[in-house]
Design a protein around this ligand. Structure first.
Ligand code: URA
Length: 236
């Protein structure tokens, strides 16, 4: 990526000093995309079966009534992005803006996340992003255990179909539920975990919404993102 551009994105997330890295080969911008609703561009599909399975899953999620959140949601938020990405970003649950738009991370936290990703050399259309929960918890409360359990199979299937090479988990709720661990996020950071019963590495960092409240943590997050990039490089 252009150095000036990277500096701009780093400035946006509050990091003014960084170590030079080679960000090449982080992916292919021409890969197919899945949009928030159900508009996978069929002409661009490289693998019809793969994407048909994702469309089927998206339909299944749309009509899901397996927990009480279906009663209060405006719509489900399946996930969005590149369906063949090596990078799978996982957040907590849709907020009010996501619930209205049907797309993950479209609010203020999403803007910050976009800058974080761009600083890594990953435009938003280069990654796939989804949440632990596909429906918004009322008043943005934390997800309940039964909601996470009911939704787990959808995320599992998304991972099976998309087959990313690395997961970046955003925040405590995402990290703990994904890994089924009860470790404080501060202790998880800087370690690499494996998604249960797989060889898929998971790197953990703070949630961008937390960074909006605690901007001094941005430097730590940039360290986590560099760690994730290093991990990815080792895999490819
Ligand atoms: N926070 C999340 O964890 N996910 C979203 O989609 C939006 C905000």
């Amino acid at each position: 990526m252009d150095k000036e551009l990277q500096q701009k994105y780093l400035n946006e997330i509050g990091i003014v000093v960084w170590q030079e890295r080679n960000f090449e080969n982080l992916g292919n911008l021409d890969r197919p995309q899945i949009s928030p609703k159900d508009s996978i561009n069929r002409k661009e599909l490289l693998n019809k079966n793969h994407n048909q399975h994702l469309l089927d899953l998206q339909e299944q999620v749309k009509t899901c009534k397996e927990c009480a959140l279906h009663q209060s949601r405006t719509q489900t938020v399946f996930g969005a992005g590149n369906t063949q990405s090596d990078w799978f970003i996982i957040g907590e649950a849709p907020g009010s803006e996501e619930d209205v738009k049907g797309e993950p991370f479209v609010g203020r936290a999403g803007q910050l996340l976009n800058s974080m990703l761009l600083a890594m050399g990953l435009p938003r259309n280069e990654i796939f992003i989804a949440n632990i929960l596909k429906c918004r918890p009322p008043n943005n409360r934390d997800p309940k255990t039964d909601e996470v359990d009911a939704c787990r199979k959808y995320l599992k299937r998304q991972l099976e179909l998309i087959k990313p090479k690395i997961i970046l988990a955003l925040g405590r709720i995402a990290a703990q539920n994904l890994l089924k661990l009860d470790i404080p996020i501060g202790k998880m950071r800087g370690n690499s975990y494996l998604y249960p019963n797989s060889n898929l590495p998971v790197v953990v960092t703070y949630h961008p919404a937390y960074l909006l409240r605690s901007p001094r943590k941005k430097r730590k997050v940039w360290g986590d993102l560099k760690f994730a990039m290093q991990k990815y490089k080792e895999l490819t």
